[in-house]
Write a protein that binds this ligand. Structure first.
Ligand code: PHE
Length: 366
């Protein structure tokens, strides 16, 4: 048996040289393990007489202490290094696109609503909202359609079985026009708002779905006239379709809540089987397409909304969002908008990075 100090020295060197926790464990077994030489040396003390023991014990005890301390220190160091290495190896770059996962997209209707808000904000319009579950007072009566008005029947309204506490009929709003009433009652005049949102009518074919989207516009101020309406819509459509040759035609019409009322048509042509907005509708190869209703707000409506028609007047319009989205982005079947088919959404949807801005173009795709 070699002497304990040199055996200790060799063990300490081997511990220091251990590169892995496994190698270190082997060193522990060789020294402090049940059959390790330190343990065996400690056992020999039992068979010694007191003098021999007093002479031999200190060397063995100090060897045990030194080796135990070295093992602990090395173990801590190796564990810390392993953690460092794991942390370095397992980093994830959260800025990378998730390529394997299916990508969601922004629905064209949502995108167009953002575009609308961006363009009208630039013209000084705020975005207003109202409930989709309405009462018949806001949806009809305050818009100058009393119970007997024939226009009520034309709206194919979805009614709920129950009435409000005040006995009003409850329905899914058939247009965004009730937001006119709510906004005027809330804010008074002057006012300049758009109100995009869902509306509902019991109607279904290739060009009609029971739920669709409108955007309402309302301007109430002093000395407002139809010229302001035409300029506003023209300015909007030029920005929306990103072309200067937008020609609008205002055609006399009837809505109970506007007087006079006009229907808005836009000139377009057919290019490769696709409707392309632009040009005069009476020009060769062109035609007119209806895109919304509008007019000067009826004095009766102002009264219902608590405004004095002698002091205030204004215009309102309602446009079909789905229809202008189809025109701008070249879709031809309205029903596909609401099928939720991932292939359609992947093709026509937008990236969240396609934020509409006036400076970069409201329709720019990233
Ligand atoms: N609310 C009408 C509709 O849904 C559109 C419209 C709005 C007409 C505002 C005039 C003024 O058909």
């Amino acid at each position: 048996m070699t002497d304990i100090p040199s055996q200790t020295e060799a063990a300490l060197a081997a511990i220091a040289a251990s590169a892995t926790l496994d190698a270190l464990e082997a060193q522990r077994l060789e020294t402090l393990g049940k059959k390790g030489w330190v343990s065996l040396a400690l056992k020999t003390l039992g068979g010694m007489n007191p003098e021999e023991r007093t002479a031999a014990a200190p060397a063995i005890q100090s060897a045990r202490a030194a080796i135990a301390e070295a093992l602990d220190a090395k173990k801590a160091a190796l564990e810390a290094a392993a953690l460092e290495e794991q942390l370095a190896r397992e980093t994830i770059d959260l800025t990378l696109p998730a390529q394997a996962a299916p990508k969601g997209s922004v629905h064209p209707v949502s995108q167009v609503m953002d575009e609308l808000a961006e363009i009208f904000a630039d013209l000084g319009f705020a975005v207003a909202t109202g409930p989709e579950i309405e009462d018949d007072w806001h949806n009809f009566t305050a818009l100058n359609m009393d119970e007997t008005h024939p226009a009520r029947a034309m709206h194919d309204t979805f009614y709920f079985p129950d009435k409000t506490a005040e006995g009003k009929d409850v329905l899914l709003r058939t247009h965004t026009s009730p937001v006119q009433i709510r906004s005027m009652l809330d804010q008074g005049a002057p006012i300049r708002i758009i109100a995009p949102g869902r509306v509902y009518r019991s109607d279904s074919d290739a060009t009609h779905t029971p739920m669709f989207h409108q955007v309402e516009g309302l301007v109430i101020d002093k000395d407002i006239h139809l010229g302001h309406l035409k300029w506003t819509l023209e300015t909007f459509f030029k920005a929306f379709f990103e072309r200067e040759d937008i020609v609008l035609r205002l055609r006399p019409s009837y809505f109970p809540f506007t007087e006079p009322s006009v229907e808005v048509d836009v000139g377009y042509s057919n290019e490769g089987g696709r409707r392309v907005v632009g040009g005069h509708g009476d020009a060769p190869g062109h035609a007119w397409m209806e895109i919304g209703g509008s007019g000067m707000v009826n004095a009766r409506v102002l009264e219902f909304a608590g405004l004095d028609p002698a002091e205030w007047q204004g215009f309102a319009f309602g446009l079909g969002i789905d229809r202008i989205a189809m025109l701008k982005y070249g879709m031809n079947d309205l029903r596909a908008f609401f099928d939720g088919d991932p292939r359609w959404l992947a093709h026509y949807g937008f990236s969240p990075f396609d934020q509409p801005t006036l400076s970069a173009g409201v329709g720019a795709r990233a």
